[in-house]
Design a protein around this ligand. Structure first.
Ligand SMILES: [Cu+2]
Length: 476
C-alpha cells in the first residue's frame, strides 16, 4: 500500500515535470518574438518610428549578415566605417542603439525571422476603425501569444505548488522518524536565532565597510544646501542605526534566552505606564526635531529664490533631457505644448519676445556659486530629475511645472581633483521608471568657473537668432 502511494506520487511528479519541459520547448519556437519584445520594443515598432526606425521590411533593404552585425553592436559597425551604418546613424540624429553582444547568431536570426513574419502581416493600423469584427490577424496572433505565456505561468505555479507539497511530504515523514529520537527543536531554533543576529549584524558592518565607499557621501556634496542635507541624513542614520542594533540584539537574545523548556511559565505582565510614557515621549521629541529641520530645509529649497538667481528650465522626454537657458533677459519665454514638434522639441512660443534669446542645450553648464532657479517640465510621462551630487531631486510632471533652487559649490575640475578621477562628470539622471529606455536618460552636467561659463555661453546660439541683436548671446 505504501509502495503504491509512493509510485503514484512519483508518477504524478514526473508527469508534471514533463509538461513543464515540453512547455518550455514550445516556448523556444517563439524565441524570436520573445527576444524582440524583451529587447527591441522599447525603441522599435514594426510599422512606425519610435526611437529607432520602423523595422517593417528591414530584411529587404539590408543583407542578413549586415543585420546580424548591426544588431550585435551597431557602434562597432559605425566605427568600422560601414557606409550604410554611418548614414543610418546620421539620419537618426546619432542616437545610439544598444549593443546586444549577449545574443548568439541563432538568436539574432530568430529575431530577424520574426520581424520578417510581422512585416508580411497586414498592418494593424490598416484595420478600419469602429468595426469590431475587423480585428487584424496581428491582433489575433498577439493575444494567442500572451495567452500561451499566461498558460505557461499558470503551469509553472501549479508545478511549484506540487513540488513544495511533495518535498514537504517527505520532510514531514523524516520529521516523524526523527521525532521519535526526540530532537529538541526549541533548543535548535533558539540557537539559530542567536546565529542569525550575529551573522546579520556582522554582515551589516561588512556591508558598510565594503560598499559604504560607493555612496555619494564620501566626496561630500557639490551644492550649498547639500551640506545641510548630508548632515540631516547622517543624524537620522546614526539615530536609527543605534536603535536598530539595540532592538535587534534584544529581540533575538530574548528569543534564545526564554525558549520554551517545558519548566518555566510565562510571566503575565499587562502594562507599565512609566515605561510606555518614556518610549512614546522620547521618539516623539526626536522625530519632531528631525521633521521640523527637514521641513525648514525643504522650504528653503522650494520657495521663491534670490533675485540674483539664474533661470534654467530642464525638459524631460522619453528618453532624454534638454535644458533651456533664459538668455540675457533672464526670462524664459512662454511655452505651449501645441508647438512641440521636430523643429521645436520644447514647444517654446517663438512669438514671445522673452523667448528670442533663450538657449536650448543638451549638456547642462552651471556656474559655480551662482544660485539657480531650476524649473522642470515633461513632454510625455512623469520623470524625475535627479542630480545625485547636488543632492537635488524633483519630479517632472506633464502639465504641472515643478521647481527647485540650488547653488552648485564645487566645479567639475575641483571634483575631479578631489576624486582623483580625471574622467569624472556630474550627471542628471531620471529616477522614475518611465519606460523601456529609461536607463538611457542621462545628461552631462558641467560646473564651470565664471569665466569658463561665460565663454561657453557665448558660443551658444539664441533660439530665434534673427530677432536678437547680439546673438549669439554673450551675457546672462
Ligand atoms: Cu524618465
Amino acid at each position: 500500500m505504501k509502495i503504491f502511494k509512493l509510485l503514484l506520487r512519483t508518477t504524478l511528479f514526473l508527469v508534471l515535470m514533463f509538461s513543464l519541459v515540453s512547455g518550455l520547448l514550445a516556448q523556444s519556437a517563439v524565441e524570436g518574438k520573445t527576444l524582440y519584445q524583451a529587447n527591441c520594443t522599447s525603441c522599435h515598432a514594426i510599422n512606425e518610428k519610435v526611437v529607432g526606425p520602423a523595422l517593417k521590411d528591414v530584411h529587404k533593404r539590408r543583407e542578413e549578415a549586415w543585420l546580424v552585425k548591426w544588431i550585435r553592436n551597431s557602434q562597432k559597425l559605425i566605427q568600422s566605417g560601414d557606409p550604410v551604418a554611418v548614414q543610418l546613424y546620421k539620419e537618426n540624429n546619432e542616437s545610439p542603439m544598444t549593443a546586444f553582444e549577449q545574443l548568439s547568431d541563432v538568436q539574432i536570426k530568430s529575431i530577424i525571422t520574426y520581424i520578417k513574419s510581422e512585416s508580411e502581416a497586414p498592418a494593424k493600423t490598416a484595420v478600419i476603425a469602429g468595426t469590431t469584427a475587423a480585428v487584424g490577424p496581428t491582433d489575433a496572433k498577439e493575444s494567442e501569444f500572451t495567452d500561451s505565456i499566461n498558460w505557461l505561468l499558470v503551469l509553472i505555479s501549479v508545478l511549484l505548488i506540487a513540488v513544495i507539497i511533495y518535498v514537504f511530504g517527505i520532510l514531514s515523514k523524516i520529521g516523524d522518524i526523527e521525532g521519535k529520537k526526540t530532537i529538541n527543536w526549541n533548543s535548535i531554533n533558539s540557537k539559530l536565532m542567536l546565529i542569525f543576529v550575529v551573522v546579520g549584524l556582522l554582515a551589516t558592518v561588512w556591508e558598510f565597510m565594503v560598499h559604504g565607499k560607493l555612496t555619494y557621501f564620501n566626496e561630500g556634496s557639490a551644492s550649498v544646501h547639500g551640506e545641510e542635507y548630508d548632515n540631516m541624513f547622517m543624524i537620522t542614520l546614526v539615530i536609527t542605526g543605534v536603535v536598530f542594533i539595540i532592538t535587534q540584539i534584544l529581540l533575538f537574545w530574548y528569543g534564545f534566552k526564554y525558549k520554551a523548556d517545558g519548566k518555566r511559565k510565562a510571566l503575565y505582565y499587562p502594562d507599565n505606564h512609566k515605561l510606555e510614557l518614556w518610549w512614546t515621549i522620547i521618539p516623539a521629541i526626536v522625530l519632531t526635531v528631525l521633521v521640523i529641520r527637514g521641513l525648514i530645509t525643504w522650504t528653503n529649497m522650494t520657495t521663491k529664490p534670490e533675485t540674483s538667481s539664474r533661470n534654467i528650465e530642464v525638459f524631460a522626454y522619453q528618453f532624454g533631457w534638454n535644458a533651456r537657458y533664459a538668455g540675457t533677459d533672464n526670462k524664459l519665454g512662454r511655452h505651449n505644448f501645441r508647438e512641440v514638434g521636430k523643429v521645436n522639441p520644447l514647444g517654446v512660443d517663438t512669438n514671445d519676445a522673452n523667448a528670442y534669446d533663450d538657449i536650448v542645450v543638451s549638456e547642462l553648464h552651471l556656474e559655480v556659486n551662482q544660485p539657480i532657479e531650476m524649473s522642470f517640465r515633461a513632454k510625455d510621462v512623469i520623470h524625475s530629475a535627479y542630480f545625485p551630487h547636488f543632492r537635488t531631486q524633483m519630479n517632472v510632471v506633464p502639465g504641472l511645472p515643478t521647481r527647485f533652487n540650488f547653488t552648485p559649490s564645487v566645479t567639475t575640475a575641483e571634483m575631479r581633483t578631489k576624486k582623483n578621477d580625471s574622467n569624472f562628470d556630474y550627471i542628471l539622471l531620471c529616477n522614475k521608471i518611465c519606460g523601456g529606455a529609461h536607463y538611457r536618460m542621462k545628461m552631462k552636467v558641467i560646473v564651470d568657473t565664471k569665466e569658463e561659463y561665460q565663454k561657453w555661453l557665448s558660443t551658444q546660439p539664441a533660439l530665434v537668432a534673427g530677432k536678437v541683436s547680439n546673438s549669439p548671446v554673450a551675457m546672462n
